[in-house]
Design a protein around this ligand. Structure first.
Ligand code: XMP
Length: 513
């Protein structure tokens, strides 16, 4: 976007933590963007950043092909902070000495303040940090003061004259508990940012931007029932009111009562023009007897496009499509990546923009998920939408192992509903990334009263995760598992056994298909 906020530029040298740096800076109320390490100096100048952060990275500065930014970056007249590799690069540019450390230092360490400084203002004299580096700065460049040190190396340096700062450790990770204060010191005290990045200021700027982009055009938005599309639609509604129409499609594999509940939540919200499309039977007949996970996904994706296209055609002139693209997707698509194996042909139903021939409105392109939630709250969307656990686009179809039939959908909806109710009742919903039921394609023998049963099995999956990339199975209290199991077996006819999934991701995945 054309930046209307004070901003800090982060140059990415390949660290797995770069996005965390950005999140910490944003938490300090300062807008920042991540750029490739070789972004041109010209581009940087145009952005008029109040400060620049050089991220960490896995390389060694002397290595052939190691990522280097232009040394000009240090002479733009704005403060620069190098983190780990970023510090080593600064040191390399300015004549310090970078050496391989005796042993790769990876893990917790402690550093002690050796001199008062603005970067480490209000920090305790000694504090725990997280180190992750092979090389380190053995001798700091001339003009630099060492402001903190660990037992084995320098921890932090500054050159106030030139406005250049460096940290050998990672302030952005949670293992450096006071790290956010250091980043806040950098952006607020050293770069003199005031902290104008708030949900309210974002909403104001974005509403103006949408009005400018859309003019007097008409907009369609596909709601998924999740937080991203809801917040995107609410922002667009604030900008252009009734010229946006939202479509919410029942694909037959939503949770029990989900279609009605979500429509009701939007109706209560009152500011969106939502049309519910009950297309369940159409999806179920397209899915009939399909057992292959990838084909299930493709069928649902394809049907969704058809339904959406047909409905959009009934709306008259439409010029724009709203999409809830988030900042991590934007960075991901910009970064250069090696080929990686397709594990699941995942995520948002593809193909909409091209086939519909509509221009995109993407009001969340600059936001991280936690910021989307904060904006949603500010817009007055109900907690039931904002705090909703992620739910996959192909819905229950990828939680019914084996062929999909109307009976199986009903069995799973009923079982899953018990899980939702019990997890809510135990006050666990917000602490879990996801909790749900999976219908297994096996039958087992049971006994009910005096009768033998030969019925299906439900697996319960509950995981904790920060981003869905890795996950750990949740240690649910036994009494919660007990109520879930008892209720499912008693209330859902056709299920006589419940098991709990105790696998983490990796090597398992969160969904079973
Ligand atoms: P996995 O199973 O890959 O899931 O560990 C990670 C996260 O992605 C969700 N997921 C999907 N979301 N379409 C989606 O929109 C899909 O096909 C899909 N498959 C998995 C899953 O629920 C979890 O949050």
């Amino acid at each position: 976007m054309s930046i209307q906020f004070e901003n800090v530029a982060i140059l990415d040298f390949g660290s797995q933590y770069t996005q965390l740096i950005a999140r910490r800076v944003r938490e300090a109320g300062v807008y920042c963007e991540i750029h490739p390490f070789d972004v041109s100096v010209e581009t940087l100048r145009k952005l008029q950043p109040k400060g620049i952060i050089l991220s960490g990275g896995p390389s060694s500065v002397y290595e052939e092909g190691a990522p280097h930014c232009s040394p000009e970056v240090l002479r733009l007249g704005v403060p620069v902070l190098g983190i780990c590799y970023g510090l080593q690069l600064i040191s390399y540019f300015l004549g310090g000495k970078v050496e391989p450390s005796d042993r790769r230092e990876y893990g917790p360490a402690r550093v002690r303040i050796s001199q008062a400084s603005t970067l480490l203002a209000d920090m305790p004299t000694e504090f725990p940090v997280w180190m992750s580096h092979g090389d380190l700065v053995a001798v700091e460049p001339t003009g630099f003061q060492v402001i903190a040190a660990s037992d084995t190396a320098l921890g932090a340096v500054e050159d106030n004259e030139r406005g250049i700062y460096g940290l050998q450790f990672h302030p952005e990770v949670s293992h450096t508990p006071d790290g956010r204060r250091i980043l806040e010191n950098f952006v607020r005290r050293i770069c003199s940012c005031h902290g104008d990045w708030t949900p309210a200021s974002f909403i104001k700027a974005t509403v103006e931007r949408i009005q400018e982009q859309v003019g007097d055009g008409h907009v369609v938005c596909g709601l998924s029932g999740g937080v991203d599309s809801a917040v995107a639609a609410a922002l667009v509604a604030k900008a252009i009111g009734d010229r946006q129409i939202c479509l919410f499609v029942d694909n037959g594999v939503l949770r029990k009562n989900e279609f009605e509940n979500v429509l009701q939540a939007f109706e209560d919200y009152g500011k969106l023009n939502v049309k519910g499309i009950a297309a369940g039977e159409r999806f179920l007949s397209a899915l009939k007897d399909e057992a292959d996970p990838e084909r299930k996904r493709k069928i649902i994706g394809r049907e969704f496009i058809h339904v959406f296209q047909e409905e959009a055609a009934k709306l008259g002139q439409i010029d724009f499509l709203v999409q809830g693209t988030l900042y991590p997707d934007v960075i991901e698509s910009q970064s250069v990546k090696g080929p990686s194996a397709v594990i699941k042909s995942h995520h948002n139903v593809g193909g909409l923009p091209e086939t519909l021939n509509l221009k995109l409105v993407e009001p969340l392109r600059e936001l991280f998920k936690d910021e989307v939630r904060a904006v949603g709250r500010e817009l007055g969307l109900p907690d039931s939408l904002i705090n909703r656990q992620p739910f996959p686009g192909p819905g229950l179809a990828i939680r019914i192992l084996g062929p999909i039939t109307a009976d199986n959908v009903r069995l799973l909806q009923e079982s899953d509903n018990v899980v939702q109710e019990e997890i809510h009742k135990a006050g666990l919903y917000d602490r879990l990334w996801q909790a749900f039921a999976v219908l297994l394609p096996v039958r087992t023998v049971g006994v009910m009263g005096d009768y033998r049963t030969y019925d299906q099995v439900i697996a319960i999956r509950a995981v904790e995760s920060l981003d869905g990339m890795t996950a750990d199975w949740a240690r649910l209290p036994y009494d919660v598992l007990e109520s879930i199991s008892r209720r499912i077996v008693n209330e859902v006819k056709g299920v006589n056994r419940v098991v709990y999934d105790i696998s983490s991701k990796p090597p398992s995945t969160i969904e079973w298909e």
